[in-house]
Every structure is written in C-alpha cells, then in structure tokens.
Ligand binder design. Structure first.
Ligand SMILES: Nc1ncnc2c1ncn2[C@@H]1O[C@H](COP(=O)(O)OP(=O)(O)OP(=O)(O)O)[C@@H](O)[C@H]1O
Ligand SMILES: [Mg+2]
Length: 278
C-alpha cells in the first residue's frame, strides 16, 4: 500500500535525518516505528505523508509516486496525526475541529454530526463538544486530534506518538482503539513510539530507527532478542522481557524463550516450575 525506497532526507541546516530507509507497508498491517528521541520517526512519517518533499529516493502510495499526488489525493487515503496536538488543532471548539475534515470531504450536516459524535465517543471526549480546544488538557487535545482523523474514516493512519502524554489507562485504551480500528475496520496503521512496553502487546511488526537508519525490523520477538543492541540505541527491552532475560542469564533459570508480555511470561514461568517439580 505504501512503500519507501532508498529514502534520504537532509534538513536545510544540514542535518541528515534519514538515510537509506526501506520500508513496505501492506494493507491491513499494524506497524510500529520505534526509536529514541531524534532518531527520525517524525521526519519519516512526514515524508510518508507527502509533507516533506525534498527527499532522495521514492515514496509510493498505491502504485503512484507520492510527489505526483495532490494533497487532496493523499488525504483521501491517508491521515497523519501530529506528535504535538497544538500543531494540528486550530478551530475554536472541539466540535468544529473534529467536523472540519468530514465537512471538507463534502458530507452533509447530518452525516458530519454523526461522524463527529461517533469519533468523540471512540476517544471518550463526548460532552466536551463546545469546549475551546485551547482549554482541553494535553491528553484530551491528543485524543481530539485522533477523533479528527477518525471522523474522516481513512484507509490508512500514520500516528506520531499517539500515546505520549496519556495516563496509563488512556494509553492502554488508545492502543485498544487502534487495535480495533485495525482488526475490525481494516485500517492500516503505522505509529511512531518509544513505548517499548506497549509494542509487543499490540503490534504485528516493528522497525527500529536509530540515527536516521532502520537497524532492525520484524516481529516483536525477532526485534527484542538482543538487549545489548537495544541499549546501544538508547532503548530497553519491555520490562517483562528484561526480567526473564536476567533470570535466564544471571540466575541460570531455564527458559526456552524470552516472553514479551505478562501473559506469555506467566505461561513460561509455570512451565519452568512444572519441569523443576517445585
Ligand atoms: N526542522 C528541522 N530542521 C533541522 N533539523 C531537524 C528539523 N526537524 C528535526 N530535525 C533533526 O532531525 C533529526 C530527527 O528528528 P525527528 O524529529 O524526526 O526525530 P524523532 O525520532 O521524531 O524524535 P522525538 O522522539 O524526539 O520526537 C534530529 O536530529 C533533529 O534534530
Ligand atoms: Mg518525533
């Protein structure tokens, strides 16, 4: 659906933000871009959305070079949620902000109202329609941006740290919402994040970005099997994986594999106990 081929991007001040990026997003996937601060996640999402154009290489959306598409053609298929909600929200009230996209897409007033109501319900902001976007809390503004895109009903969403700044329950609910959009509505999702603990629970595939390069890619199991590598790129393993890794290597407790989630860890621990006849 979207492919990135040999992409290089240099900012005007000479910063090489992306080097030799190759990435394929297939329809229906839920992909993560994981990287430390400054690794190039935002830059990559902005080139994938056609906002940054002065790159070397190619970005191809459904078979067409993204530089040949008009913003309108791009936004029909794909929406980007910015990292900072204040770069995205602009209308006086929450209702007007979320309604802007569907209004521009030409839906009638009734349809717009329905879409806004459904989107606000999804992100749990119903009842705040008349509130000024400036007076929403950070986490509410973050969710308001996502509602704005949900109301448009894109086939593909690019999300720049959708859970940053949300409280733990909000973070979990946001991931559940994205998972539901992906599984039930078939929305293809690419999200940038540095939350290693969330990734294995929700994502099919992830790419690690470090200093503008993709250093690893694959399923969470494939990517998280080398803790030293993770430390080198200023990331860590998910906490649960770190615990089992240390029990295995420092305390010599036998584990066949390094689980990444609490559910998997529980099964592995019970299996070990059974084998040891505790
Ligand atoms: N407008 C700009 N002009 C010059 N350099 C920039 C610009 N925007 C970003 N950079 C540089 O490009 C590199 C990648 O930045 P980017 O914002 O893509 O990282 P990121 O992975 O999104 O980081 P974060 O986790 O902090 O959001 C950094 O070295 C940054 O300093
Ligand atoms: Mg960023």
């Amino acid at each position: 659906m979207l492919s990135v081929e040999k992409l290089y991007y240099r900012y005007a001040d000479g910063t090489d933000a992306l080097s030799d990026i190759n990435l394929d997003v297939k329809k229906g996937q839920f992909i993560g871009l994981l990287g430390a601060n400054g690794s190039g996640k935002t830059t990559l999402l902005r080139t994938m959305d056609g906002l940054l154009k002065g790159f070397e290489g190619r970005v191809v959306l459904d078979g067409t070079d993204i530089r040949k598409l008009t913003p309108k053609q791009i936004y029909k298929k794909m929406g980007l949620v910015f990292q900072n909600p204040d770069d995205q929200l602009f209308a006086p009230t929450l209702f007007e902000d979320v309604a802007f996209g569907p209004l521009n897409m030409g839906f009638d007033d009734n349809e717009v109202k329905q879409r806004v109501a459904a989107a606000l319900k999804e992100v749990e902001l119903e009842g705040l329609e008349k509130k000024s976007v400036h007076n929403l809390s950070f986490g509410q503004r973050k969710r308001a941006c996502i509602a704005g895109l949900l109301a448009m009903g894109h086939e593909m969403l690019l999300l720049d740290e959708p859970t940053a700044g949300l409280d733990p329950m909000g973070e979990y609910r946001m991931m559940k919402l994205l998972q539901r959009l992906n599984r039930e509505n078939g929305v293809t999702i690419v999200m940038a994040t540095h939350s290693v603990d969330l990734v294995p629970v929700f994502l099919d595939e992830l790419y690690i970005l470090s200093k503008g390069r993709i250093t690893r890619g694959g399923t969470p199991e494939e990517v998280f099997n080398a803790p030293e590598d993770m430390a080198n790129i200023k990331l860590r393993l998910p906490h649960i994986a770190e615990l089992i890794y240390r029990l295995k290597h420092e305390d010599k407790i036998k584990f066949d594999r390094i689980p990444l989630t609490i559910g998997e860890a529980r099964r592995e621990i019970l299996k070990t106990f059974e084998n040891e006849k505790y």
